[in-house]
Every structure is written in structure tokens, then in C-alpha cells.
Write a protein that binds this ligand. Structure first.
Ligand SMILES: Cc1cc2nc3c(=O)[nH]c(=O)nc-3n(C[C@H](O)[C@H](O)[C@H](O)COP(=O)(O)O)c2cc1C
Length: 238
């Protein structure tokens, strides 16, 4: 089992995204998974120019010479793709979106219909990797607002993207009140954060061993860390 995670926070290893990702990957490694933790903020990945040279001129070759070739070199043999991002304007960060846009170079431009008779791109992964199933997707996202409802748009976007990639999102780890996770030196928050990290490690073990997160762990992961009104008033009175 190979798991490749892309961290799309501009804060890189200082981000809440990193804290979450780190625990999930620790759990996965405990189950023997091979993991790659790829921090996009440390790389030079430029915007897609939209020229479609990669589709119409040289198949799968991007004209931009930057770290994207290295970034996608892990696609070869991965089983699980983790997309980790802070919630920015209800969506993925610009940094993760730039990376995703650049992935167009490695997809197929041919069109087929899915099981609902809706058009999508052809599954290019199978063709390129000897019939191997496209990697299943795990989404990790944290936001500043407290409610789990804040993640509706990113959830929808990820499901749509997976459909187009002939795969599925197998786990969604969404964390409202995300900034609390970097406040581990606070004595009151410490046990709450430690408990949440324990759940993340369990989620990582589940993903590596079963390919999904069990319902019981998902329910625990979705619980608020502290009461929403307390969280909001702490922010408002800062
Ligand atoms: C440009 C920008 C947009 C943001 N938009 C949202 C948002 O729509 N919803 C939300 O809950 N938090 C939003 N936030 C707050 C971040 O999601 C929050 O601070 C998060 O903990 C940052 O995670 P990181 O440390 O992993 O980068 C936004 C922050 C920034 C800088």
C-alpha cells in the first residue's frame, strides 16, 4: 500500500494541515504503508497556462519546466492519494488548486459516459499503469469556522473531481476550529488535541488496512473540539 499526500497549505510544515496529515500518515505507517508527505509550499509549481500543448501537441508533456514532474513522479504506483488543504473561501487553497490544474497534463482528453450517462474524461490511469485502478482519494481539510457544514463546497468539488478521474473519495477528514490544533501548549486544550490526534492516527490505520475510515471513528472525528459559542466568543474577544 503506497499513500502519497500533497499538503496545499502555504504555511507548509508550520500549518494545521501538516499537524493533521502527520498523524494520519503515522497511523498508516504503523500498518506498514509506504508514505510520501509532499509539501507543495516548498516547491516551485507554476500556474497552468491553458495552452493544452499536453493534449494536442505532445501527449502528457507540459511545456512548463518546474517541480511538477517531480511532484507527479509519485503517481506511478500510489494506491491512495491524499489531498490536504486549509479551507480558503469554502474551497481548496490556491496552492492546491494550482497543483490540481497542472495534473491535466497527465489525464486523457478523450470523453466517455459514466454510469449516469454523464460525460467525463476517459480513465487514463488504467491505460498508463497496466490496468491499475486510479488511486482512491482521501481529503483532509481544516478551516477557521467551527461548523462541519463549512466543508460542503469542498466535499462536492472533491466528489466531482474524483468522478472525472474514474475514482472515488473514500475518506473525508474535515476539521472546523482547525487553529485550535496548533495550541497544544494550552493546558486546557492539550487533552482535547491529544484525543483528536489519536483519532487521526486511527483513521490512518483504517485507511491503510481497510481503505476507508470506520463509521465509529468518522463520528468521533466530526465532533466539535470545544463548544462553538465558546470558540466564537474566544475569537471575538481576542
Ligand atoms: C485566504 C483565506 C481564506 C480563508 N477562508 C476560510 C473559509 O472560507 N472558511 C473557514 O472556515 N476558514 C477560512 N480561512 C481560515 C483557515 O482555513 C484557517 O486559518 C486554517 O486553520 C488554516 O490552515 P493551515 O494552518 O493548515 O494553513 C481562510 C484563511 C485564509 C488565509
Amino acid at each position: 500500500m503506497k499513500i502519497v499526500a500533497y499538503n496545499g497549505s502555504p504555511k507548509g510544515k508550520k500549518s494545521t494541515t501538516h499537524i493533521m496529515l502527520n498523524e494520519v500518515l503515522k497511523g498508516a505507517m504503523e500498518q506498514g504503508a509506504e508514505v510520501v508527505n509532499y509539501t507543495l509550499s516548498e516547491k516551485n509549481i507554476n500556474h497552468c497556462k491553458g495552452c493544452l500543448h499536453c493534449w494536442y501537441v505532445n501527449k502528457n508533456e507540459c511545456i512548463i519546466n518546474d517541480d511538477m514532474n517531480e511532484a507527479i513522479s509519485y503517481f506511478q504506483d500510489m494506491d491512495i492519494l491524499i489531498l490536504a488543504t486549509p479551507l480558503y473561501f469554502d474551497n481548496v487553497s490556491g496552492m492546491l488548486k494550482v497543483f490540481l490544474d497542472r495534473c491535466i497534463a497527465y489525464g486523457s482528453y478523450f470523453i466517455e459516459k459514466d454510469e449516469n450517462n454523464e460525460s467525463k474524461h476517459l480513465d487514463s490511469f488504467k491505460e498508463k499503469h497496466g490496468g491499475k485502478q486510479a488511486p482512491r482519494i482521501v481529503v483532509i481539510c481544516n478551516g477557521g469556522f467551527a461548523e462541519q457544514s463549512q466543508f460542503q463546497a469542498i466535499e462536492f468539488m472533491m466528489d466531482r473531481m474524483a468522478r472525472n478521474m474514474s475514482t472515488e473519495v473514500v475518506a473525508k477528514i474535515f476539521r472546523g476550529q482547525g487553529p485550535l490544533l496548533s495550541m497544544g501548549s494550552n493546558e486546557q486544550l492539550k487533552p482535547i488535541i491529544e484525543n483528536y490526534k489519536r483519532l487521526l492516527r486511527q483513521a490512518g490505520r483504517d485507511i491503510a488496512s481497510k481503505g476507508i475510515i470506520t463509521d465509529a471513528i468518522q463520528i468521533e472525528l466530526d465532533k466539535e473540539l470545544i463548544p462553538i459559542d465558546v470558540y466564537n466568543s474566544n475569537i471575538n474577544n481576542r
